[in-house]
Design a protein around this ligand. Structure first.
Ligand SMILES: Cc1cc2nc3c(=O)[nH]c(=O)nc-3n(C[C@H](O)[C@H](O)[C@H](O)COP(=O)(O)OP(=O)(O)OC[C@H]3O[C@@H](n4cnc5c(N)ncnc54)[C@H](O)[C@@H]3O)c2cc1C
Length: 380
């Protein structure tokens, strides 16, 4: 495993960093308070600027796993600026785009992929359902073949990018097999609910989705699949995205509380000089460094198609999600009153830090999956 980024990888990371170093860097914070219309414009604008760096071109789908190494340093840069924007962009590119690149065929998926790579379109993936079991247990959203087309009905509970996505890949079951249907929000029978108010990640637009007898043409259908390869791909990529997003959340809290501890004086010295504060910052730094290390290791395993890649991603996701939660408390304690009064990076991080442990594969389910992998490796 080699943690040295190549010149090309460093250049991409630098381009992404430069995009947000000036006014855009300050503007990005406005996403957290923006209404849905403003957020739509900002997300589309940032997507186009990111396309100019080449960030959206690589690592789309299972056929280009090794390209993840090319973009990982840039992913860290983007997530360090905004975990909301990072999650919106990655959901569209690596999840929705990855699904089309891996399992789509024909004219329509190809055209959408071109638009995604050039930042002209935003995608979403709808799997979670109200009251249903995990997608691997079978979905309640169903479709029936009607000539060459399909008719799709069901409900999805949370769709990231849903309120203004141009395309949504909807997971459904057809005769017990998984299928993805690419629908447009303005299509007959597709109803996106109002934007959901969330505790954190307020720069992300999420809504529910209802599908009533939606007619989907054959070239917008991915599947039916005899295996669960597409679901497994989405699950691993989503957990990797949440890992990297958590790294951004942790990093911003560490940065803000560390700076505060040096600039804020009590007892005639900066609070950093007090041992209790220094220990907190040391512990936070250890958690951040370890999260970064395990995230990069998981990315490396994924890119090199190591058989342990999936379990490494689960480990990285559990660790980095919980590290963000563990950092939130002491970061707020150091900032004290200034942290508790909104807005500031620690108050935002405190709210954001809860998300990753419950989203994607939750920490509990991840731990069960890790245990299964260990059992297989060390069979009794
Ligand atoms: C803001 C937001 C955006 C989202 N965006 C999307 C999206 O774009 N697309 C999408 O498809 N979904 C999306 N989701 C759904 C998200 O991935 C789910 O919230 C997540 O999978 C958890 O599902 P749930 O809330 O139904 O909880 P559940 O899965 O019902 O879990 C409830 C609790 O039970 C525990 N539990 C469940 N099963 C087990 C088990 N087998 N063993 C041990 N413990 C278990 C869980 O760990 C958790 O603590 C989003 C969710 C949110 C909140």
């Amino acid at each position: 495993m080699n943690f040295d980024w190549t010149e090309e990888e460093k250049q991409l990371a630098q381009k992404v960093k430069d995009l947000f170093s000036g006014e855009a860097g300050k503007k990005i914070q406005d996403m957290e308070d923006a209404d849905v219309e403003k957020l739509k414009g900002m997300t589309q604008g940032f997507l186009k600027s990111l396309a100019g760096t080449g960030y959206l071109k690589e690592a789309l789908g299972p056929g280009s796993r090794k390209e993840l190494l090319k973009i990982m340093a840039a992913q860290e840069e983007l997530s360090s600026v905004s975990s909301s924007l990072f999650t919106a962009v990655e959901t569209s590119t690596r999840l929705f785009g990855g699904l089309l690149a891996g399992w789509g065929s024909g004219k329509t998926p190809g055209e959408i992929l071109d638009q995604l790579r050039s930042g002209r379109t935003l995608g979403a993936v709808a799997l979670s359902e109200p009251g249903s079991d995990a997608p691997s247990e079978g979905m309640n959203t169903k479709a029936k073949a009607q000539g060459d087309d399909y008719v799709l009905s069901g409900e999805k509970s949370y769709v990231t990018n849903g309120p203004f996505a141009d395309f949504i890949a909807v997971g459904a079951a057809v005769d017990g097999k998984n299928v993805f249907f690419v629908v447009k929000p303005d299509q007959d029978g597709v109803e996106t609910g109002p934007r959901l108010k969330t505790m954190g990640y307020n720069g992300l637009a999420v809504c529910a989705l209802t599908l009533k007898d939606v007619k989907v043409p054959a070239d917008c259908v991915l599947g039916p699949f005899d295996d669960d390869g597409a679901i497994k791909y989405l699950s691993a990529m989503q957990d990797f995205i949440l890992t990297m997003a958590s790294l951004g959340v942790t990093g911003r809290m560490l940065d803000a509380s560390n700076k505060h501890s040096r600039a804020y004086f009590r007892g005639k010295k900066p609070i950093y000089a007090h041992q209790e504060v220094r220990f907190k910052i040391s512990d936070m730094f250890v958690l951040y460094q370890t999260s970064q290390l395990v995230a990069r290791r998981a990315g490396w395993f994924w890119a090199t198609e190591d058989p342990e890649a999936d379990v490494l991603i689960s480990c990285a996701k559990v660790f980095s999600a919980e590290a963000a939660e563990q950092v939130a408390g002491p970061a707020m304690q150091i900032m004290a009153g200034r942290g508790y009064v909104s807005p500031n990076p620690v108050e935002q991080g405190y709210r954001d830090s809860k998300y990753a442990a419950l989203a994607g594969t939750s920490s509990e389910i991840s731990r069960m999956n890790i245990a299964d992998a260990i059992l297989k490796r060390y069979a009794i």
